[in-house]
Write a protein that binds this ligand. Structure first.
Ligand SMILES: *Cc1c(COP(=O)(O)O)cnc(C)c1O
Length: 392
């Protein structure tokens, strides 16, 4: 292992950075004694998210997972109901709905954006389907037009965006997170905007706001009471304790105030990788994704697709041995034990299986330097050249 501080110091996969007034706000939150959910920092953070996305209301949650669970509760799922989810996603995109009693229909992805494949989606729909969940993978909008066309004949099916990667990305100038009835955000330490663990549920339909507030407030009408709309505060409906601590909202506000700068840094890092690697892609047989021209990426990550699984695994090993924190994901959900347990029926997701075996994510965070990107890129190109020779 190289000496820390030498040019060969390890480069981590992810490193959250302080970008603004986070520490000052956290200190103030604790000193003020208002640290539970629904305090002043939460209100300010939610306002910024609303400004960027145009949501009718924003509920800060303990995670993206809990925001997905709250959206599942809002659907009042009944036995026999199903929810369509991508197979190529993080576990809780699916688990949140399975936990609420839905059976899952795993949908394949399309090669261009690694988002939900509308053609496969069309073959999955029937009267049992209550919702379709999309992911804007890597922060690039999925084929929303294709999904909307398929859903046009099914007005009762809710479209839900798991927008964990997509905050500040756009699809045809519309913010990601504004396209579904519900959208969920993640502020986990690995995401673009962080507060350790946190998330948000974006409500894009005004008709959902009152009930969502009750479910969010442990099934009570606490909010209506606080607003003076009712004279007593009592148990009304199902729900849970979804709210983010105001101290974490203080951390989040420090980040959100600098969201545009964070995104600009991430766009730079993405651009450096692109310029270093794309010219070699055809020769070496790997692919670098470029967003379709009608979408602005949220720059959540930088990934490449290697020609096959054996080359991907060799390259990954070489990078890790060189102290470079490259990783892969997702293990397809449709063929996982949990996925099989909660599936309504088996479905075929060949693109998911193929992509999952070939995808490699390179270190990516706001203050990764151009010199570090150069070093990762050089090591990657050498590793691919070697791996291709070995497999020839
Ligand atoms: C990170 C992530 C989640 C989970 O977010 P948490 O805030 O950790 O619950 C869900 N879906 C996707 C696509 C993610 O990347």
């Amino acid at each position: 292992m190289a000496e820390p501080g030498s040019t060969d110091a390890p480069i981590r996969f992810n490193r959250p950075a302080l970008v603004g007034r986070e520490l000052e706000y956290i200190r103030d939150s604790i000193e003020s004694g208002r640290t539970s959910a629904g305090g002043p920092y939460s209100a300010k953070a939610a306002d910024i998210i609303m400004e960027h996305t145009g949501a009718e209301d924003v509920l800060l949650t303990t995670s993206c997972t809990s925001a997905l669970e709250l959206s599942a509760l809002m659907l009042d799922l009944e036995p026999g109901d199903t929810v369509v989810v991508p197979s190529f996603t993080f576990t809780t995109t699916a688990l949140a709905f399975a936990r609420q009693g839905a059976r899952l229909l795993f949908c394949d992805i399309e090669e261009r954006t690694l988002g939900l494949d509308p053609q496969h989606l069309a073959t999955l729909l029937d009267e049992s389907v209550r919702a379709v969940v999309v992911v804007h993978y890597a922060g690039v909008g999925c084929d929303i037009e294709g999904v909307r066309t398929v859903l046009a004949g099914w007005p009762d099916i809710a479209l839900i965006e798991d927008n964990a990667h997509g905050f500040l990305g756009t699809w045809r100038d519309e913010p990601l997170g504004s396209l579904g009835r519900f959208a969920t955000q993640s502020f986990h330490e690995t995401k673009n905007i962080v507060c350790g663990e946190g998330g948000a549920l974006l409500l894009n339909d005004a008709a959902d706001v009152d009930r969502a507030r009750v479910l969010y407030d442990k099934g009570t009408n606490r909010r209506a009471f606080m607003l003076g709309q009712v004279d007593k505060y009592s148990w009304m409906d199902t729900g849970s304790s979804f709210g983010l601590s105001d101290t974490l909202a203080a951390y989040l506000l420090g980040q959100l105030e600098r969201a545009t700068e964070i995104q600009a840094s991430r766009r730079d890092v993405h651009g450096w990788y692109d310029r270093r690697l794309s010219p070699h892609a055809d020769d070496l047989g790997f692919e670098v994704a470029h967003p379709p021209p009608d979408r602005r990426s949220a720059y959540h990550m930088f990934y490449v697709l290697l020609p096959d699984n054996a080359v991907r695994n060799r390259v990954l090993e070489t990078l890790q041995r060189a102290g470079i924190g490259a990783v892969f994901h997702y293990v397809p959900l449709h063929s996982s034990d949990g996925g099989r347990k909660f599936a309504a029926r088996p479905t075929k997701c060949p693109v998911t299986t193929d992509i999952s075996g070939r995808l490699l994510r390179l270190p990516f965070y706001n203050d990764l330097t151009e010199a570090e990107v150069d070093r990762v890129s050089d090591t990657f190109l050498t590793a691919v050249t070697q791996a291709m020779q070995e497999s020839a």
